[in-house]
Design a protein around this ligand. Sequence first.
Ligand code: C5P
Length: 237
Amino acid sequence: MRNPIYVALDVPSPEKALQLVESLSSSVAGFKVGKELFVSAGPDLVRRIRAAGASVFLDLKFHDIPNTVAKAVAAATRLDVQMLTLHASGGAEMMRAAEEAAQETARGLNRPAPVVLGVTVLTSMAREDLNQVGVAADVGAQVTRLVSLGVQSGLRGFVCSPLEVAGLRSLAPESTAWVTPGIRGPGDAAGDQKRTLSAAEAIEAGATWLVIGRPICADPNPKAAAERILATLRPTA
Ligand code: C5P
């Protein structure tokens, strides 16, 4: 079975991140580099993770005018990341420009394009927060609207809650990548995650990739933690 685990490197220093990469590379599919680590350690860290042979999910959630986002996506493609994020609320033209930039840049380099993932409604936002910024829809309707717009704009993947994925899959082609954070096992501390599923439940619901942070990185033995989660995904018979 394909290994679906991307480990969220939510650590402040490149040294700590590279230690995790070294110990976990052979047990996971790749690593998510987010804003904290990228702002402190920069593209050089991404190059070092790629040089170690691991895949990178660059989670910078771009949201800007189409030309600016296209240039950022082209730069991320040159860095050779495998997935990256933008806010679907940036609009159809922005998403189209991003997808085209990923495809064109990758074609020029003769490598596969990274999957540009749409982020719909942040899980920190409830209906009142949407209303405050002028969105009258409830969260579910807004997520549906943004996934549909993302599909029409050529996106080939989305980030969503594991609890949403089953309901969203029918809106997009079968080949769409569904990336789900909010993964917790029965014994894991929830932390600030409120709506979670286990890794096996998320895969069952249709997730393609699982983003897992603290249940692996905060474990005294991260490699054993990753392998424990992986074992729950493999058929036992
Ligand atoms: O430690 P934990 O497993 O909760 O990490 C989940 C990762 O996924 C974090 O990097 C978090 O920022 C990210 N994420 C999330 N929920 C979202 C979007 C991203 O937990 N809706």
